[in-house]
Design a protein around this ligand. Structure first.
Ligand code: PBG
Ligand code: ZN
Length: 327
């Protein structure tokens, strides 16, 4: 093997044209999924304080936002709902007139060429902010799974194109797949939050979705941040149960997991660059401590380099605009 001075790695970094030729990872608009938050009411555009540039939108404004997303060339959104009423059982999650169901029907009626993914969980809809039904302080698994399947069906009936269970109950992918198929939604894919860690990086999201747990935490169902082999077992069970796309979340601090899951399962793999990852970059950029655009791109290219085929990111619109301005 050639060594220095014959071998000179700097040759291929000589100028931008050569660097472009040998670049291994490129972000495209097709990599992007944009998260949106929908609230009841009209004319509402509430800024989420901890997430500059992110808003809670009423359905009228959500439609405008979706039109902009399509015109920017972003193929998909994922919707989170803030309900009118919360209760112990998260009833609005699986109510045909719930906020998500209404929003999806409106989007599907008015916006073309947009893949609408819905997040399926109960934490935005329960009065206690937990992801499932409670017995005392325990989150019940199987009883919750039945409700999640109901929620998925009602999203599909409203017109959702893809279902994204984010709850981390055991067996939910199988239950959702079976229910979707039984109701004739055999062509609706499941993008499962397969490897979801119990992470501090979700903090700002809980402001955006008003979903902080009233007591305790999510450690009895979300994964321990220290674990790696368990991620394989989690992804494996979702794949066996019929997930079409598997997701790792958060993304940036878990690049090792993304790579391992991608190599092991050779499945379409998504990564969620979560609220805290976004807010940290935004905050540092606002202070001029970092170059915000550069770090945004670096964070996303790193996630893709690790093996993600698609990225859920609050930067989606910024990236699409950046791609347009660099043609
Ligand atoms: C709901 C859900 C959460 C996120 C996505 N779906 C919050 C949580 O699990 O506490 C987090 C997304 C983000 O932080 O951007 N289960
Ligand atoms: Zn939840």
């Amino acid at each position: 093997m050639a060594t220095y001075p014959t071998k000179r790695l700097r040759r291929l970094r000589y100028n931008p044209l050569i660097r472009n030729m040998v670049r291994e990872t490129i972000l495209t608009k097709n990599d992007l999924i944009y998260p949106l938050f929908v609230v009841p009411g009209k004319g509402i555009k509430n800024p989420v304080k901890s997430m500059p540039g992110v808003y809670q939108l009423s359905i009228d404004n959500l439609i405008k936002e979706c039109e902009e997303v399509v015109s920017l060339g972003i193929p998909a959104i994922i919707l989170f709902g803030i309900p009118e009423h919360k209760d112990e059982k998260g009833s609005e999650a699986y109510d045909d007139n719930g906020i998500i169901q209404k929003a999806v029907r409106e989007i599907k009626a008015k916006v073309k060429d947009l893949v609408v993914i819905t997040d399926v969980c109960l934490c935005e809809y329960t009065s206690h902010g937990h992801c499932g039904l409670l017995n005392g302080e325990e989150i019940l698994n199987d009883e919750t799974v039945s409700l999640l399947a109901k929620e998925a069906i009602s999203h599909a009936e409203a017109g959702a194109d893809m279902i994204a269970p984010s709850d981390m109950m055991d067996g939910r992918v199988a239950a959702i797949r079976k229910s979707l198929d039984y109701k004739g939604f055999t062509n609706i894919p499941i993008i499962s939050y397969a490897v979801k860690y119990s992470s501090g990086y979700y903090g700002p999201f809980r402001d955006a979705a008003d979903s902080a747990p009233a007591f305790g935490d999510r450690r009895s169902h979300q994964m321990d941040i220290a674990n790696r082999d368990e991620a394989i077992r989690e992804a494996e069970s979702d794949v066996e149960e019929g997930a079409d796309i598997i997701m790792v979340k958060p993304a940036g601090p878990y690049l090792d997991i993304i790579r391992r899951v991608k190599d092991k399962f050779e499945m379409p793999t998504a990564a969620y660059q979560v609220s805290g990852e976004y807010s940290m970059i935004k905050a540092a950029a606002q202070n001029n401590w970092i170059d915000g655009e550069r770090v945004m791109l670096e964070s996303l290219i790193s996630i893709k380099r690790a093996g993600a085929d698609m990225i859920l990111t609050y930067f989606a619109k910024d990236v699409a605009k950046w791609i347009d301005s660099n043609k």
